[in-house]
Design a protein around this ligand. Structure first.
Ligand code: F6R
Length: 592
């Protein structure tokens, strides 16, 4: 997904800093890069390609000036070409901007502007904004009034940063439904779509609300509301160190983040008091509904099993992108729980809008200050720290930890808290088996299809194992409730097809073992995931990942996912793929 940054620096050139900042946004996935600075004139360098390629060709850091904006683009409107790369400009190349988000009514605006004589150079939706600002200024407005006027014409989501040749000391921007924060250094000012981009420069940030317009000059930042009234905003201090957004000796962020999971769970467990306070608001709740996308949806699936078993409340489950088609039954005694690590996923936010006012809303979020944290009635934070790899790992187990804590508080069940306390150690013993998983991964490098099966609490784990595999290895992977195999998917099992069976000791064990035998009889290559004491599973498995026998079925989703993350990671590396930046995927999906 696109990323934007900008800065006004006191003593240093902006371009080298902007280049460093956009490099830290690479993890979001992108296909083009561009930088514009403002000095005695406007200077722009941009092209399609990876940052290193474009930098080698254009020397992106060799632009004069202490004021600048930069962008990494993930193509939506128009191919990844130089013309479509940001920054975009007005007819006279005086107004220059970068944009994240989508302008929904861009075509009608573009038609009208073209009729009025504006000359467009790209196929993007973004370029209309530059021409709208130009039109407003031609009508006599100053820069700030023109930006406000232009944003009143556009529909959609946007995080915008704009510079102007006649205002060489100024960056003006707006945020609506797309992430954007401001950074405050000693004498330097920043903007970014994501905290890690500027964490090396400052850890003091201002979170913006929708429709806020900001004006950055070398002497400070002014933030105004939609009507032009100045807003007082707090400066928050981020307690992540810059090293948390670096690889720290690991080959990839993903493997570093897999290893950070015991600590992420430990940190999230310390949220118990906050969660207990939040739960006091839910005494009138009779029904729950979990809403999320992707990996977060798998955490929601675990939530359904857990709350039904521990709390005894009926629980609905909805993919956020489907919620608008099934949100009719929302009632005041329902708590809708939105799970989103980024707090910005457009589908999830749209679902939250639908639920607000009809039911109580709770967001479980990793990113402070994100949209979900401002819009939900209640918020619980996961304490995973920054997650840079596109594939969610430590944020997933942190979400699960929050869900278990929430269920334990609502059920007043202390036994589960004792078990949760052991999870970091269980995870550490799994991580000690990393070499074994690395050793077996080459045999699966050329697999065409993979199946993951599990029942009950292991069904979401099977789904998550399959999602991790397809995301970062590009191998087709399907997660199934093991009992469903005989209703169709068994037809797909043939000689040598890998089937990962998630079979912790417990209620589902014997039934899933029956399914393991079924697939083995049809030639499947079984990768067993169960207790290290499970001799039955071991004898049926071609490869067996044995976990601590004390891990109960109820708690197993938190630990059993770890070997599946490792398996996907090592197969990805075997296939020569960069697991941190899988093709076609973005860390934060801000389009519906
Ligand atoms: C998978 C992954 C995605 C996200 C999904 C929701 O590894 O990361 O499936 O889980 O896009 O994102 P959030 O949790 O930010 O709402």
């Amino acid at each position: 997904m696109c990323g934007i940054v900008g800065c006004i620096l006191k003593d240093k050139k902006a371009a080298p800093i902007l280049l460093d900042c956009v490099r830290r946004l690479e993890y979001r996935g992108y296909d083009s890069v561009g930088i514009a600075t403002s000095s005695s004139s406007i200077n722009i360098k941009k092209d399609s390609g990876k940052i290193d390629e474009v930098h080698e060709k254009l020397q992106l850091d060799e632009l004069p000036g202490k004021v600048g904006i930069a962008h990494v683009r993930w193509a939506t409107h128009g191919l990844p070409t130089r013309e479509n790369a940001h920054p975009h400009t007005d007819c006279d190349n005086k107004i220059v901007l970068v944009h994240n988000g989508i302008i929904e009514n861009y075509q009608e605006l573009k038609d009208q502007l073209q009729e009025e004589g504006h000359h467009f150079r790209s196929d993007t939706d973004t370029e209309v904004i530059a021409h709208l600002v130009e039109k407003q200024m031609d009508g006599g407005n100053d820069f700030e009034e023109a930006v406000r006027g232009a944003t009143q014409k556009i529909k959609g989501s946007y995080a915008l940063a704009i510079i102007h040749a006649d205002y060489p000391d100024t960056i003006i921007g707006v945020r609506k439904e797309s992430p954007l924060i401001l950074g405050v250094g000693d004498d330097d000012y920043f903007l970014a779509s994501d905290v890690p981009a500027i964490l090396e420069e400052t850890n003091r940030v201002i979170y913006l609300d929708d429709d806020d317009i900001f004006i950055i000059r070398s002497d400070g930042i002014i933030i105004k509301d939609v009507n032009g009234h100045i807003k007082e905003k707090n400066i928050d201090v981020i307690n992540w160190g810059p090293e948390m957004a670096q690889k720290g000796g690991y080959d990839h962020f993903m493997i570093k983040e897999i290893h950070e999971q015991p600590e992420a769970v430990r940190n999230t467990l310390s949220e118990l008091d906050e969660i207990e306070k939040t739960v006091k608001n839910f005494s009138k709740i009779n029904r729950l509904c979990f809403v999320a996308c992707g990996t977060s949806y798998h955490a929601a699936m675990v939530g359904k099993y857990l709350f039904e078993e521990l709390v005894g409340l009926p629980v609905d489950l909805a993919l956020a992108s489907e919620f608008e088609f099934s949100a009719g039954a929302l009632r005041p005694d329902t708590l809708v729980i939105f799970i989103t690590q980024s707090g910005e996923t457009a589908d999830t936010m749209k679902a939250m809008e639908l639920a607000k006012g009809k039911s109580e809303t709770l967001a479980i979020v990793n990113v402070m200050g994100s949209r979900a944290t401002r819009e939900a009635d209640h918020v619980i934070y996961t304490r995973a720290g920054p997650e840079i790899g596109v594939a969610a790992t430590k944020t997933y187990v942190s979400q699960l930890t929050c869900i278990y804590l929430l269920a334990a508080c609502m059920a007043r069940d202390n036994a589960i808290l004792d078990e949760l306390g052991k999870v970091p150690d269980y995870m550490t013993t799994v991580l000690e088996q990393e070499d074994f998983i690395k050793e077996i991964s080459p045999q699966y490098r050329d697999a065409q299809d993979f199946f993951f099966i599990g029942r009950g609490f292991s069904y979401p784990t099977a789904m998550e194992g399959a999602l991790k595999l397809k995301e970062i290895t590009y191998i087709h992977g399907e997660g199934y409730a093991a009992g469903e195999l005989k209703h169709g998917p068994l037809a797909l099992i043939s000689e040598g097809v890998p089937v990962v069976a998630v079979v912790p000791p417990g209620k589902s064990h014997d039934r899933t073992m029956g399914n393991v035998k079924e697939v083995k009889a049809r030639g499947a290559r079984v990768i067993g995931l169960g207790s290290q004491m499970d001799t039955n599973l071991r004898s049926e498995s071609h490869d067996m990942m044995g976990l601590d026998d004390a891990i109960s079925e109820l708690i197993s989703p938190l630990v059993y996912v770890v070997p599946l993350q490792l398996l996907a990671y090592y197969i990805s590396v075997e296939r020569g793929i960069n697991p941190d930046q899988p093709k076609n995927l973005a860390k934060c999906v801000t389009v519906v």
